[in-house]
Design a protein around this ligand. Structure first.
Ligand code: SF4
Length: 216
């Protein structure tokens, strides 16, 4: 695995209960090579922009979060920055060996298994993978997935009990940051959800922060 110690991050969240099991931190990486029609995270697609963080900075942040059972890696495409993300999980587990890791990917699991060493290294560190591109015409309203072609794949036994949970949308969560800015997280339960949700919020005077901060 290449030793890369920097990550381009679109956004982070300390606590989230709708993107994986339990309460989790979330990192949305910046940049995705795919272009799924109807992608709900269009602002994370360019590889330019986002905030640069070192693996050590992000490890310190994750290790300092109380009461989170792990991190969910989303994007953007986490496997486009697989090397530093694998290093990040290693750095966190030095201090918190039981820290969980889940990732989304627009690539299928089988393709990732055939991928470069960095991609396989990240796979080996995950407990859960949600794989495959978003397909707007497929079925929606499913737990943690945007469309029914995507699979929740258990890569360790950590979440064996998941099979028993209902396969329905986990919903979305609104968060208010320390500076008062408002953002939301979650897998939209229907196509077009984001646009109509943000319009309804705006009509009530709530403005969501720009998700991607461009570098000066
Ligand atoms: S893989 Fe994910 S982030 Fe990339 S275009 Fe598809 S839905 Fe969007």
């Amino acid at each position: 695995m290449k030793e890369t110690r920097r990550l381009s991050v679109a956004r982070r969240l300390d606590r989230c209960t709708v993107l994986g099991p339990g309460t989790r931190a979330v990192i949305w990486v910046q940049g995705c090579p795919l272009r799924c029609q109807g992608c709900v995270a269009a602002e994370t697609l360019p590889f330019e922009g986002g905030d640069e963080h070192s693996v050590d900075q992000l490890a310190d942040w994750l290790c300092g979060l109380p009461d989170v059972e792990g991190v969910t890696l989303s994007g953007g495409e986490p496997f486009a920055q697989a090397g530093p993300l694998a290093s990040l999980i290693d750095a966190v587990r030095v201090r918190r060996p039981d820290f969980g890791a889940m990732a989304y990917s627009g690539f299928r699991y089988e393709a990732l298994l055939r991928g470069d060493p960095d991609r396989r290294a990240l796979l080996r560190r995950l407990d859960l993978l949600v794989d495959g591109p978003y397909v707007a015409s497929a079925r929606h309203g499913l737990r943690w997935r945007g469309s029914s072609n995507q699979r929740v794949i258990a890569l360790t036994g950590r979440h064996d009990h998941l099979e028993t949970g209902p396969d329905t949308s986990a919903g979305v969560e609104l968060s208010v940051a320390a500076d008062g800015s408002l953002s939301w997280a979650g897998v939209p339960p229907t196509p077009g959800f984001r646009e109509s949700f943000e319009k309804r919020l705006a009509a009530r005077g709530f403005v969501l922060r720009a998700e991607v901060r461009r570098k000066a």
